[in-house]
Ligand binder design. Structure first.
Ligand code: ATP
Ligand code: MG
Length: 418
């Protein structure tokens, strides 16, 4: 691959580079944006690498944010308050598979040597339009290959996250992973256990979002052995079931990482908890797990309403799964009809409240809740019952006949009596 004479570097990046260079500090554009532009993808998110130390960078620019001073990274805010990452040329002097101790005062060539893959180790000089590509990343871009810079085993042992990064870039660009790099990834995969859950989650989620085909990305995690280590609840399906699941993940309308993880996992809450997802995400995953196997007959409006009432916030996620599985269109339409009709589905949609029942003479306590749930069940069966006089009448009947059900869920028995 021949280099173009220059890359479309945004004016704000050029201004930062000019100021650093005028102060005598050599400055290059590096990283993902250089790679993406060479591949023909638009990317304006250029990382800047410079000989200036973080202290010198902070002296030269009025507005900076110290994003990782110990690693030499400062964000410089431009006139529109947009941050640009400026990183001091650095060398890793000590690594333990997770962190690095770095040393400044090195050349751009040395800085490129500590980067992970050849396609990520190309530098472009934004003012002199010069190129540095000591590991022949251009050839690997042309051959569509992910290849570690230097000895892959050593590079993965310095930072095991690079194993996951290799999978992510391969599936994002449809590249193959060069043999030695792949063998080293597989051979060192147990090192993934030393990574923090946050970094693993970020790689897994970004990988799902960026993949050309989600199934290819997931399959690579499986083949390299990463699923077994971090996502074992996804790995324990038999071969046939696994292939069925993989076929479905490519048919989701959006590559939503929480939804896809919950879909593939045999125990979504455990998987998402291990990845230290937010509580909201863990609850969402747990609800998906609970309701993904419980779809009602779309032809029965009562069943659909009852199911929506129970599944609550999981309804749309379960529909997405059903649609990806090719059997959700009818149910989606049925759910839409219920929503358009504004049918009551929750206790607070009822035309009566607990206070109304207490006023009727029902003692405050669990019975009030039981009656409300029984009323909701009646209303789900027949939404037209949702008026205050009708519901108070039904409540009275339940009390006098002594048939107040104690089931915690409407529809779990008890609903058809009285
Ligand atoms: P993306 O488009 O996903 O941002 P990127 O290549 O820009 O891809 P970043 O994580 O933003 O990835 O990192 C910027 C650059 O820093 C990379 O291109 C690579 O040169 C280097 N880099 C990032 N993470 C590592 C790592 N774990 N080990 C070695 N080099 C790394
Ligand atoms: Mg980047």
């Amino acid at each position: 691959m021949a280099f173009p004479s220059r890359l479309p570097i945004p004016e704000e990046v050029l201004r930062i580079a000019r100021r650093l260079e005028s102060a005598g500090f050599e400055t290059w554009c590096v990283g993902g944006a250089v790679r993406d532009n060479l591949l023909g993808y638009e990317s304006r998110d250029f990382d800047i690498a410079t000989a200036a130390t973080p202290a010198e960078i902070r002296k030269l620019f009025r507005r900076t944010i110290p994003v990782g001073l110990e690693h030499g990274t400062v964000a410089v805010l431009d006139r529109n308050s947009q941050p640009h990452e400026v990183t001091t040329f650095r060398r890793d002097v000590k690594t333990d598979g997770r962190h690095a101790v770095v040393e400044f005062g090195v050349s751009i060539e040395e800085d490129l040597a500590r980067r992970d893959f050849t396609i990520n180790a190309i530098a472009h000089h934004p003012l002199r339009y010069d190129w540095r590509d000591p590991f022949d990343g251009a050839a690997d871009l042309a051959a569509r290959t992910i290849r570690a810079v230097g000895d892959p085993t050593q590079r993965f042992r310095e930072d095991y996250l690079r194993i996951m990064r290799a999978l992510r870039f391969a599936s994002r660009f449809g590249f193959r992973i060069e043999d030695l790099t792949w063998d080293a990834a597989k051979g060192n995969v147990v090192g993934l256990q030393y990574l923090s859950a946050e970094r693993v989650r970020e790689e897994w989620f970004k990988g799902i979002q960026g993949a050309r085909k989600v199934s290819e990305f997931v399959e690579m995690w499986s083949r390299v052995g990463a699923l077994r280590i971090w996502l074992e609840e996804l790995a324990r399906k038999g071969e046939t079931r696994w292939l069925d699941y993989l076929a479905v993940v490519d048919r989701f309308e959006q590559p939503d990482p929480v939804l896809i993880t919950a879909y593939l996992s045999d125990d979504a809450a455990t998987t998402l908890t291990r990845l230290r997802c937010s509580n909201a995400e863990i609850v969402r995953g747990g609800m998906i797990a609970e309701f993904k196997g419980t779809m009602p007959d779309p032809g029965s409006a009562v069943e659909v309403r009852r199911w929506m009432s129970k599944a609550g916030s999981a309804v749309d996620d379960v529909l997405r799964i059903a649609v990806a599985e090719g059997r959700g269109e009818d149910l989606r339409a049925a759910v839409e009809n219920v929503r358009i009709a504004g049918a009551p589905l929750e206790i607070h949609d009822l035309a009566v409240r607990g206070d109304d029942l207490v006023e009727m003479g029902i003692p405050q306590g669990p019975e009030v809740g039981n009656i409300l749930r029984a009323l909701l069940d009646k209303v789900i069966e027949e939404p037209a019952r949702n008026t205050k006089p009708l519901l108070l009448g039904i409540a009275q009947e339940l009390v006098t006949s002594g048939t107040v059900p104690s089931s915690p869920f409407p529809g779990d028995g008890g609903g058809d009596q009285a």
